[in-house]
Ligand binder design. Sequence first.
Ligand code: VGL
Ligand code: ZN
Length: 208
Amino acid sequence: MRVSSTDVLIVVDVQNDFCTGGALAVPGGEKIIPAINRIAGKFENIVLTQDWHPEDHVSFASNHPHKRPYDMIELSYGSQVLWPDHCVQGSAGAEFHRALETTPASLVLRKGNHRDIDSYSAFYENDHKTPTGLAGYLRERELKTLFFVGLAFDFCVRYSAEDAHQAGFEAVVIEEACRGLDVDGSVAATHHSLKSLGIPTVGIEAFF
Ligand code: VGL
Ligand code: ZN
């Protein structure tokens, strides 16, 4: 596969808190970084996303009396999993993992910064209405095919790829350069959902 000038690599949430030792560690999260750096070398256009929550964020179990991480609650926009505190704005956990090559990226998009709403997708917050501005950025730059890598496969990668597809972009997931949290079968649900939407997954060898 030849990467073209209208292709963009979207690197989702490769932050310390999602890697080994982090507050919401994805098993083996940091193991995908060498592959991401290699793939990134092929792309002219790279966007990084960064989960970026205030301390009093609604998705943190610690902000709800008697709740524990991985409990579910109902919010105005639907069900929300409660997480351990993670990716707090300005904290070391919110920084990109130091092995990630960040220099070539043209945009760092922060999400999850509104206290009352979580944002898994890089395009819309969890109400599926509040835009982050990413679609406008990509359209204005006439970028058409979006390749997704990063963490977590079954949350932010999944919802970002699905919203991209929904917004009329071509979305492709490079699954070997992703890792999942797997909460209650969420990895299997992601495979099923991507397949039913016709969002392809490709191996990394396709790029070399
Ligand atoms: C994520 C759970 C909570 C992710 C972010 O990046 O997939 N998951 N916040
Ligand atoms: Zn988060």
